[in-house]
Ligand binder design. Structure first.
Ligand code: DX5
Ligand code: ZN
Length: 224
C-alpha cells in the first residue's frame, strides 16, 4: 500500500477554505484531516459538524475527523450526519472507549483510536481488534505548527510491529510536526498515513504535498 497523505485543514486559510481544499484534492491528497477541539480536552477551539457539512459537498476526498474533545461520544451522530468517513477518538478522553468505537461503527463511520505522546501504546491495544485506524500523536495535541517529538518514534515502531505480528487490518497514522524533514522518519518507522498541517497549508500546497509524499516513499523504499 502506498503511503497516504492527509492534509490538516487547521493550517489552511479559512477565508479561502474551499479553494485550499480543492487545491489539496487536485494535488493528490488521500483524505482531509479535520481537527476538532473543544477548549477543554485541549486548550484550543476549532471546528465542528457545521464546517464539515459545509465542505462535504465541494470535494470527494474522504474526511478523517480527529476528535480532541472530552466527551467524544456526544458528537458521533452529528459528525456522522455531517459526512465524515472516519472518526478517531482519544483513549485519554472521558468516555467508555469501546462503547464510543461501537457507536462510531454503528453510525456507518470507520472508527480509530488515538494515543497522546505521553500515553503508552499498550493503552490502545485492547481496542485494536475493533478499529480501522490507530493514530499515534507526534506532538501534544492542541495546536498546529509544533515541533515533531522524536521520542515518539519508538512507539510508532512498536505499533507497526504489533499490527504486523497480529496480522491486524489497522492503518497506522501519525500526526504532529510532519514536514519534509520528519516525513522520512515516520515512514521509515512504519507509518501508513501522514497527517500534515503547516507542512502543507497555506501556500504552495501541491508542491509541499508532493515533496512530503516522495520523501516518505523514498524512506520506506530504503527500509525494504
Ligand atoms: C494537533 C492536531 C494536528 C495538527 C497538525 O493538535 O491534531 O492535526 O493540526 O499540524 P502540524 O502538521 O502543523 O503539526
Ligand atoms: Zn489532528
Amino acid at each position: 500500500m502506498p503511503i497516504k497523505i492527509a492534509p490538516s485543514i487547521l493550517s489552511a486559510r479559512f477565508d479561502r477554505l474551499v479553494d485550499q481544499v480543492l487545491e489539496a484534492e487536485k494535488a493528490g491528497a488521500d483524505m482531509l484531516h479535520i481537527d476538532v477541539m473543544d477548549g477543554h480536552f485541549v486548550p484550543n477551539l476549532t471546528m465542528g459538524p457545521a464546517i464539515v457539512h459545509a465542505i462535504r459537498s465541494v470535494t470527494k476526498l474522504p474526511f478523517d475527523a480527529h476528535l480532541m474533545v472530552t466527551h467524544p461520544q456526544d458528537f458521533v451522530q452529528a459528525f456522522a450526519k455531517a459526512g465524515v468517513d472516519d472518526l478517531t477518538v482519544h483513549v485519554e478522553s472521558d468516555h467508555d472507549t469501546s462503547a464510543t468505537i461501537r457507536a462510531i461503527r454503528d453510525a456507518g463511520v470507520s472508527p480509530g483510536v488515538v494515543v497522546n505522546p505521553a500515553t503508552p501504546f499498550e493503552k490502545a491495544v485492547p481496542y485494536l481488534g475493533d478499529v480501522d485506524l490507530i493514530l499515534v500523536m507526534t506532538v501534544h495535541p492542541g495546536f498546529a505548527g509544533q515541533a515533531f517529538r522524536q521520542d515518539v518514534v519508538p512507539k510508532i515502531r512498536e505499533a507497526r510491529d504489533y499490527i504486523d505480528r497480529e496480522g491486524l487490518d489497522v492503518q497506522l497514522q501519525v500526526d504532529g510536526g510532519i514536514r519534509l524533514d520528519t516525513a522520512p522518519i515516520v515512514a521509515e518507522a512504519g507509518a501508513d498515513i501522514l497527517v500534515s498541517g503547516s507542512g502543507i497549508f497555506p501556500d504552495r500546497i501541491a508542491e509541499n504535498l508532493r515533496a512530503i509524499r516522495s520523501a516518505a516513499e523514498r524512506a520506506r523504499a530504503r527500509k525494504r
